[in-house]
Design a protein around this ligand. Structure first.
Ligand code: AMP
Ligand code: MG
Length: 335
């Protein structure tokens, strides 16, 4: 089999997305479609799992059909169907998994459960053509640094509490915006240069953002300027990420680095990381904006790679896992 055609369904949190890819290996192939619908919670609130799952149920068939149409394929052309099996919100995960199981058993197409975070990483490698970079994964569900060795993506540092996405979204919520609030916080931050001293917490090579959020809320309640708070939170959190990422780059002695996940869309962070990479002479790539957030392509790419390496599961074994660390996932498709 030269190229594997995989339909990937993503439904871990706010996004329901479906994508079709045709893949030859880690870096060769095409993304034929990548269609999504994002659940927007009411102003000032976060994602409500059952509301989000209702959204996903409503949009699912349109999104999947559009992704097939855009790819100019019918279901029977597919070699494999992949779904995001975790980590994520239980009700949301179950929507994608149930649809994938039904399609798989009705059309007799092999089924592959995919770890969502591995999806961000492998899609990033596919798009940037980097083979084994040191990776900074920064999203709503994850904040970690990893690189590949001996069949696993190994963790070199992670958050001890909130993810960077949760930090900006919860700050946004405090200001009355709904999630995802990252772009709004970035815009507000760009209107200030007045740094307010904030808690900066690194333990070993792990970061902690909860003290920073509590402090930012305190300054808000005391009437400090919103722009100054957003600027200072961003500068502090991003400096923490840069410090730990820098240490991992120095330790791993790799020449390639990659940034993936929704927060990779932040221009200030990309600037800080690029300066860091220049200092170390490292080839740093940031995942293209279109693919930085959750999407079906991240699931389809891993589904195709895993299936090509001989992996699929029966419907009975196609579980979802609300918690699932990347260093517990066997990477069949890499040597
Ligand atoms: P993901 O979970 O990968 O879909 O990423 C979503 C997260 O990325 C949310 O927490 C968003 O608030 C965050 N995000 C999106 N754009 C930006 C941005 N420009 N700056 C900071 N965070 C962002
Ligand atoms: Mg994600």
């Amino acid at each position: 089999m030269e190229e594997v055609k995989c339909l990937g369904i993503e439904s871990t949190a706010h996004t329901f997305s479906s994508s079709v890819v045709s893949l030859r290996n880690l870096t060769e192939g095409k993304i034929l479609s990548n269609v999504k619908a994002v659940y927007n919670p009411p102003r000032g609130s976060g994602i409500h799992p059952s509301e989000a799952s209702r959204h996903h149920t409503k949009v699912a068939s349109d999104i999947i059909l559009s992704s097939l149409k855009e790819a100019k394929l019918i279901i029977k052309d597919l070699d494999v169907i992949a779904y995001s099996a975790g980590p994520g919100l239980g009700p949301c995960l179950r929507v994608g998994a149930t649809i994938a199981r039904v399609l798989s058993s009705y059309y007799n197409i092999p089924l592959v459960p995919v770890n969502h975070a591995i999806g961000h990483i492998e899609l990033g490698c596919f798009l940037t053509k980097l083979i084994e970079p040191v990776v900074l994964l920064i999203s709503g569900g994850h904040t970690l640094i990893t690189t590949y060795k001996d069949k696993r993506w190994r963790i070199f540092g992670e958050t001890l509490d909130l993810t960077i996405g949760q930090l900006v979204d919860q700050l946004g919520r405090e200001l009355g915006y709904s999630s995802p609030a990252g772009p709004i916080i970035e815009k507000l931050a760009s209107n200030s240069k007045n740094y307010l001293l904030m808690p900066y917490t690194i333990k070993g090579n792990d970061v902690s953002f909860s003290g920073l959020l509590t402090y930012a809320k305190k300054l808000l309640s005391k009437g400090y300027k919103v722009e100054d708070i957003c600027y200072s939170v961003q500068e502090t959190a991003f400096a923490m990420l840069c410090e730990t990422f820098e240490r991992a780059i120095a330790f791993c002695e790799k020449e390639e680095a990659m940034v993936v996940g929704g927060v990779a869309a932040n221009k200030r962070l990309a600037f800080m990381l690029n300066s860091l990479a220049d200092r170390y002479g490292v080839n740093l790539k940031v995942v293209p904006f279109e693919y930085s957030g959750d999407c079906g392509a991240q699931i389809a790419v891993v589904g195709a790679l895993a299936f090509k390496a001989g992996f699929s599961v029966s419907v009975e074994k196609s579980l979802v896992k609300r918690s699932w660390r990347i260093d517990q996932v066997d990477i069949y498709w890499r040597s």
